[in-house]
Each structure stands twice: as structure tokens, then as C-alpha cells.
Design a protein around this ligand. Structure first.
Ligand code: ZN
Length: 153
């Protein structure tokens, strides 16, 4: 394993342990959407809640269980998108999806800057079975944003 791969693995383990955003929060008087996603092939489960304040993702919280990739990925996601505009959150989601489809190849610098710690998941793209684990929290976020938007409309 290269030192870069070791560093990436450490980032994933740190996030799996830290669990940023873990514990469902009541975002208060803003528009809220919630999504429950299950990855049956691995046994991962995530319930994620988003609070929107206009065009800002003002709150992201979740509870879940499963493998360290699924739990680390939702932790990274929460840290990346909370407090950001919806447009930035959508760009970040798109970059992560591209990272998962890159078969382990790095993306360009702009998208890696956007992804921050999520870049550590690049190696997951080599293992199709694990991509579902890594995408679970992101799918939940996407769905929760749509639901929160309907609440707002
Ligand atoms: Zn998993």
C-alpha cells in the first residue's frame, strides 16, 4: 500500500470514529427533510435529516449503522455541506459521484479541493460493491434535500 493510500485509509477511519453530524438534530423553524436509506448487501443503514434556510444547508444530522466506509462517508458529507449553499452542496455531490465512477483514478484539483476529506474515498471506486456503502449517505442527503425543498415550497 502506498503512503497516500495509507493516509486516505487513516482519514476514513478517523471519520468513522468521529461521526460528524451523528445524532439527529431538531433544526428548529426551518424547512426540514428526512430520508432513510438502506444498503441491504452490506447491512448499512442511515437516517439523515436536512434543514434548509432559503438556499443554505443550515443543518445536517444523521443516525446510522454499518461498515466504516458508510459511516465515514456520511460523516465527511455532513462536515462538507453543512453551512454551504445548495449550489455548492450539489456540486460537491456531483464531484463525489464522479470520484466513485473514476475506478480509483484521482480527479482534477478543482474537484479535489471541493471534496476535501472525501477525496480519501478514491480507492473505493475500484470496488463496485463498496461504492454503494460510500454513496448511501449522499443518496440520503440528496433525497432529504428534495423533501426539504417541497416543505419549503
Ligand atoms: Zn457497507
Amino acid at each position: 500500500m502506498s503512503s497516500l493510500e495509507q493516509m486516505y485509509q487513516q482519514v476514513i477511519m478517523d471519520h468513522a470514529r468521529a461521526g460528524h453530524g451523528r445524532g439527529l438534530k431538531d433544526p428548529g423553524l426551518i424547512h426540514v427533510g428526512e430520508s432513510h436509506q438502506v444498503n441491504t448487501t452490506c447491512g448499512d443503514e442511515i437516517r439523515l435529516r436536512v434543514g434548509l434556510d432559503g438556499d443554505t444547508v443550515s443543518s445536517v444530522s444523521w443516525e446510522g449503522q454499518g461498515c466504516s466506509i458508510s459511516q465515514a462517508s456520511v460523516s465527511v458529507l455532513s462536515e462538507l455541506v453543512e453551512g454551504e449553499s445548495l449550489a455548492t452542496a450539489e456540486e460537491t455531490m456531483e464531484a463525489f459521484r464522479e470520484l466513485m465512477q473514476s475506478k480509483g483514478e484521482p480527479l482534477d484539483d478543482d474537484r479535489e479541493d471541493l471534496l476535501g476529506d472525501a477525496t480519501a474515498f478514491v480507492g473505493v471506486g475500484k470496488y463496485p460493491a463498496r461504492i454503494k456503502c460510500a454513496m448511501l449517505g449522499w443518496s440520503a442527503f440528496k433525497d432529504a434535500v428534495i423533501r426539504a425543498g417541497k416543505d419549503q415550497a
